[in-house]
Design a protein around this ligand. Structure first.
Ligand code: C5J
Length: 232
């Protein structure tokens, strides 16, 4: 596959698509839909919806280019044995991790709320990483999967910008992966945290990575021309 070049901050980028993956963080019903973990914590979940449309377009473009697409889900085993007690004990007992809500047990694997929203549902051949923490590298085989495929660059999208997206980008950066966070494909319950989360990534010459809007990346992907195959 050819390289794509696009505007990004702090500087324009050129990316070898053969070595790039799209990593979609936690676009789960529990975070995006009423009745899930996000709402249980008192958040206005409609704030995350803005990221869905642009992310859908990026996902379609990545699939069309044959780029590796990886989805993550935050959640725990039904017996909560992989959930730190301090994480479980936070908040009102009726809305904690493991409590029964309108979409099943909150943030528990296998429950309807733990699943990815229908608009961005993974294809059968797209890896889904189940993670017990905020970062997608913590206690998962994500790094192994990326290294086995020779991936060195991650387009990172998802929710929430300042929590699981930021934690994953920091983990990836320390492991030597270049991260490009697509700003309009990420979302937060707090607009100011979204802005700060992106600012922290691209500050100081891109201390954790780069930030780009989806449009220039989509335009660059759409401009790829493959050489015509010889007849016969
Ligand atoms: C949170 C996440 N916010 N996926 N998880 O608890 O960002």
């Amino acid at each position: 596959m050819p390289n794509v070049t696009f505007e990004a901050e702090p500087a324009p980028l050129s990316v070898d698509l053969d070595r790039a993956a799209l990593v979609i963080i936690d676009m789960q019903r529990d975070f995006l839909e009423p009745g899930g973990f996000g709402e249980a914590l008192g958040n206005d979940v409609s704030r995350l919806q803005a990221a869905v449309g642009p992310l859908k377009q990026v996902l379609a473009a990545a699939r069309q280019q044959g780029m590796l697409v990886i989805h993550t889900r935050e959640g725990h085993r039904p017996d909560l044995s992989d959930a730190p007690p301090h994480k479980v004990e936070r908040g009102d007992p009726s809305t904690r991790i493991g409590a029964i809500g309108p979409m099943g047990r909150i943030l528990v694997r296998g429950e309807p709320g733990h699943d990815i929203i229908s608009e961005l549902y993974p294809l059968a051949d797209e890896p889904v990483i189940d993670k017990p923490g905020k970062g997608a590298f913590y206690q998962t085989d994500l790094e192994l999967m990326l290294r086995n495929r020779g991936i060195d660059t991650l387009f990172v999208c998802g929710v929430t910008t300042e929590v699981c997206v930021n934690t994953t980008v920091r983990e990836a950066n320390d492991r030597g992966f270049r991260c490009i966070v697509l700003s309009d494909c990420c979302g937060s319950y707090f607009p100011e945290f979204h802005a700060a989360g992106l600012a922290m990534i691209k500050a100081q010459g891109g201390i954790f990575g780069s930030v780009a809007a989806s449009k220039p990346v989509l335009n660059s992907l759409a401009s790829i021309r493959y050489p015509a195959r010889a007849a016969g």
